[in-house]
Design a protein around this ligand. Structure first.
Ligand code: FAD
Length: 281
């Protein structure tokens, strides 16, 4: 439970942070809230020789509401996001772990870490958001659909800092979120978020994000396709939700067999969709 020895730096600018990452190379790691990285270091599944702490870098924290999108600083802690007027993102952030974890853990850390059990990645994926990455060559924008590559593997380069998360506001969409865990304030065995656009009783658009149903967060595209263009009633929603686990192969673990997780995905999708469609859930 004692990490390997490492150096520590707390740069005061983004440029300095990037320069340190470039100098040290792959053995350097950024430190945000430390609630995923430090536990890994303690069991020596990660052993960076240098931690570059982002806490003094200005401009990386806060939620800004523009006309069409939310811009969330990567160092914004879950607790701050949960208190913001940020719809599905705020509701989901409020279900992460306990108050202590929400006070320290950040949206940037959650998205850059790429743990499929994390709650916010599926929301940013379903909302078709994106992240801004700053590196030695400048900035680039990466769509959430291209960010999550494999278990604990994202498109964030070793010399890049995620600075911002951008999420379309999706006005006119209702939303619902369901998370199933065995203990309160724990990781999701399975989580589902849904966004539904109701146009006079018909489903004009629907997006469904799945947490912990594979090595990366997923969209339940078969369920989305089954509901899009259909009347928004309980029967159609239940029929579409039956497709929520199509094409998934969730890993079995101490909590559940893959088949049980697929069952959960179908049930939670129905409930999240009903909530998003204003039918109670
Ligand atoms: C007891 C416990 C329970 C938890 N339960 C949940 C839960 O229910 N749901 C959930 O979603 N999460 C849960 N978490 C995880 C928590 O939300 C983490 O805080 C989050 O996943 C990582 O954020 P962090 O700021 O702590 O990142 P860190 O641990 O500091 O960093 C994680 C990784 O991301 C990299 N990184 C961090 N910031 C950036 C950046 N700006 N740019 C590029 N790379 C960056 C780091 O180098 C590191 O590799 C739990 C954690 C604990 C300890």
């Amino acid at each position: 439970m004692i990490p390997a020895e490492f150096d520590y730096a707390a740069p005061e600018s983004l440029e300095e942070a990037i320069r340190l990452l470039e100098e040290v190379g792959e053995d350097a790691k950024l430190l945000a809230g430390g609630h995923s990285l430090i536990p890994l270091m303690k069991v020596r599944l990660a052993a960076p020789t240098m931690l570059v702490d982002l806490r003094r870098v200005p401009g990386l924290r806060g939620v800004e509401s523009g006309d069409s999108e939310l811009r969330i600083g990567a160092m914004t802690p879950h607790a701050e996001l949960a208190d913001a007027r940020a719809g599905l993102l705020a509701e989901t952030a409020g279900t992460i772990a306990d108050q202590q974890v929400r006070n320290r853990g950040t949206i940037g850390g959650s998205l850059a870490h790429g743990d499929p059990a994390s709650d916010l990645p599926a929301v940013v994926l379903a909302a078709e958001g994106s992240v801004t990455l700053a590196g030695p060559g400048g900035q680039r924008e990466v769509a959430a659909a291209d960010l999550f590559q494999d278990y604990l593997t994202t498109a964030v380069g070793p010399d890049e800092v995620m600075t911002e998360v951008r999420v379309p506001k999706l006005s006119g969409y209702g939303y619902g979120h369901r998370k199933f865990n065995r203990r309160a304030e724990d990781w999701a065995m399975v989580g589902v978020c849904a966004l539904v656009k109701d146009s006079g009783g018909t489903c004009e658009d629907v997006r469904i994000g799945l947490t912990h149903m594979g090595s990366v967060p997923l969209r339940a595209t078969a369920a989305e396709d089954a509901l899009r263009g259909q009347p928004l009633d309980r029967e159609r929603i239940a029929g579409a939700a039956e497709h929520a686990a199509d094409g998934t192969s969730p890993p079995g673990d101490l909590n559940a067999m893959p088949e049980y997780k697929q069952h959960l995905a179908r049930v939670l999708t129905r409930r999240a969709l009903e909530e998003a469609a204003g039918l109670g859930g």
